[in-house]
Design a protein around this ligand. Structure first.
Ligand SMILES: [Zn+2]
Ligand SMILES: [Zn+2]
Length: 253
C-alpha cells in the first residue's frame, strides 16, 4: 500500500494536547509518511478514528481499500464487511444473507456492489438500492420490500399460500386480499353456525331425556353420551339408576 498523507498532514508537527509524550504528530513529516504508508487500509480507518486532525486530513477509504480492510485480521475477527453505498465497514448483521455469499463473499471480487440493508432500503441520492417488491433473506428469514408502502416487512401470503410482494396491511387492501378476508369470515361464520346447531341438538336431546326419565337425571358427560347409540344410552341409564337384576330381567323379557 503506497498511500501517502497529504503534505499538510506530513508537515504537521504541533501537538494537539499538552502531554509532552511521544505521539505520531510530533514526529518529523517524512517518518509520519513512512509509518502511515505501512499501516494498511485498516490502519487508515484507525488513524482517522484517532483524532480530529487525522479525520480531517486522511482521506476516507475508497471501496477497493475497504474490501482490503475487511480481509484484515480484525476484519475477519469482527466479521466486518464493506458497504459500497455508505463506504463503511459494518458487522455482518447489517447485511442480507445474499450480500455475503457467492461472488459477494470476501475476496470473491463481487464485493464492489455489496451494500448494507440500511443503504439498500434508503440509498443515497443517485444510487440504486433494493427495488420495490424485492425479497430479502436475513438469517434464513424472508422479508419483502413491500411493493406498495416500500417498508421491509413479513410478506403476506395469497390464497394458495404463496408469498406475495405485499406486506400484510397492504395485501389486506388489495382486491385479492379482500376476497380472502371475506372467505375467511364466511368460513368462521359457518363454523359458528355448525357449533350452534350442534349445541341446540344437544339441548333438545337433553330436554327429551329429562321429559322421559325425570329431572333427577343429571347429564354429566354430554359429549360422550352424544357419541353412543340411544339403546346403549338407555342401557347405561338403567345400570346407573336401578339396583338388582329383577327389574332388568323384567325389562329384557
Ligand atoms: Zn451502507
Ligand atoms: Zn405495505
Amino acid at each position: 500500500m503506497n498511500r501517502r498523507l497529504p503534505s499538510s498532514v506530513a508537515h504537521h508537527t504541533t501537538m494537539e494536547t499538552e502531554t509532552p509524550s511521544f505521539t505520531l504528530l510530533n514526529l518529523p513529516g517524512e517518518i509520519q509518511n513512512k509509518i502511515v504508508g505501512e499501516v494498511g487500509p485498516f490502519g487508515f480507518l484507525l488513524l482517522r478514528a484517532t483524532c480530529r486532525h487525522f479525520r480531517n486530513t486522511v482521506p476516507p477509504l475508497d471501496m477497493g481499500e475497504l474490501l482490503e480492510a475487511e480481509c484484515s485480521d480484525t476484519g475477519h475477527e469482527q466479521d466486518l464487511y464493506a458497504c459500497c453505498l455508505c463506504l463503511r465497514l459494518r458487522r455482518a448483521s447489517h447485511f442480507a444473507d445474499k450480500m455475503m455469499k457467492k461472488d459477494k463473499r470476501k475476496l470473491a471480487g463481487g464485493g464492489y456492489s455489496r451494500f448494507c440493508m440500511e443503504c439498500g432500503l434508503k440509498p443515497p441520492p443517485g444510487k440504486n438500492g433494493y427495488g420495490r417488491g424485492t425479497y430479502i433473506t436475513k438469517n434464513g428469514v424472508v422479508s419483502v420490500v413491500c411493493i406498495k408502502c416500500i417498508r421491509l416487512q413479513d410478506p403476506a401470503q395469497d390464497a394458495n399460500g404463496k408469498i406475495t410482494q405485499y406486506c400484510m396491511d397492504c395485501w389486506a387492501r388489495t382486491r385479492e386480499g379482500q376476497e380472502m378476508q371475506r372467505q375467511k369470515e364466511t368460513e368462521l361464520q359457518q363454523g359458528r353456525e355448525r357449533r350452534e346447531k350442534k349445541r341446540e341438538e344437544r339441548e333438545q336431546r337433553r330436554r327429551e331425556r329429562r321429559a322421559g326419565w325425570g329431572s333427577e337425571y343429571e347429564d354429566t358427560d354430554e359429549e360422550r353420551l352424544e357419541d353412543i347409540s340411544d339403546d346403549e344410552r338407555y342401557y347405561r341409564f338403567l345400570q346407573t339408576h336401578i339396583d338388582g337384576n329383577d327389574w332388568r330381567d323384567t325389562y329384557v323379557s
